[in-house]
Design a protein. Structure first.
Length: 259
């Protein structure tokens, strides 16, 4: 548990401004775009269930330029993560202890992350399929795995990017700063989960609900253990399944994912 603001530390107003800036540079901005996207798809003539959204689309029809676009996008998305690490860096080890990262038990953290994949990933897939069958979720169309030689490595990097960005900012950073501002544990858990759900609203209401549930579980675990690495591992592996496993399943069993 992080102590409230002490004399000599950043003021409440400064922390509030810092929090707003970090969020708007990262997932808070994504939440705004997601709301606009949902407003777009939900006000079109075609029902939401008949519309599609591309997952990790190509950025150029020229391979070298597409690779450059993809890698640049991943690098720029990680800048807010670097900013958060800079803001919460400690002079003494563990340097990122304020984020729940200390590197003292990597094997145990990795195994905990693997266990979380089954808890979160399987219900998440079931919720997506249920949303598709009810016409409440857009059809998420993945990019083909054989588009270029670099497609799968870039998708793996994208999954790692998502795991780092979302868990470091929405869990580690948000928990630390909101505790400094005097928030209680459950209000933080709920606020972080709602933010996670809103920036996934572009998928439809079931996608938002599923991510809120994921956020509640992740927030509760973080509040109990104070460890962020298992959440990063779990989120990364879930997105590997989505970015790589889903395209394979989509191509192999197209009828399963059709509206």
């Amino acid at each position: 548990m992080t102590d409230p603001i002490r004399p000599g530390e950043p003021s409440r107003r400064r922390l509030q401004w810092e929090l707003a800036i970090v969020l708007l540079l990262s997932l808070g901005g994504s939440a705004l775009w997601s709301v606009l996207q949902f407003a777009d798809v939900s006000t079109r003539e075609a029902p939401i269930g008949e519309q599609s959204v591309a997952l990790n689309p190509a950025r150029s029809d020229r391979a070298w330029l597409d690779l450059a676009y993809q890698l640049t996008g991943i690098a720029l998305d990680l800048v807010p993560v670097a900013l958060v690490c800079w803001l919460l860096w400690r002079a003494r080890p563990p340097r990122l202890g304020a984020l729940g990262i200390d590197g003292t038990r990597p094997a145990r953290d990795a195994l905990s992350g693997l266990a979380l994949v089954a808890v979160i990933g399987v219900p998440g897939l079931a919720l997506y399929l249920a949303g598709r069958s009810l016409g409440m979720t857009v059809n998420v169309v993945p990019s083909p795995l054989d588009a270029h030689w670099f497609t799968v490595p870039v998708l793996l990097l994208s999954a790692l990017r998502a795991g780092l960005t979302e868990e470091v900012i929405v869990v580690g950073y948000l928990f630390e700063r909101l505790r400094r501002l005097g928030w209680g544990t459950w209000p933080i858990i709920v606020a972080a989960a709602l933010l996670r759900g809103v920036y996934h609203l572009y998928q439809g209401v079931p996608g938002m609900v599923g991510n809120i549930a994921m956020g509640l579980v992740f927030g509760w675990l973080y509040a109990r253990t104070g460890r962020l690495v298992p959440l990063i591992v779990a989120h990364t592996l879930i997105d590997v399944a989505v970015f790589v496993g889903y395209p394979w399943a989509y191509a192999t069993f197209p009828g399963l994912f059709a509206s």
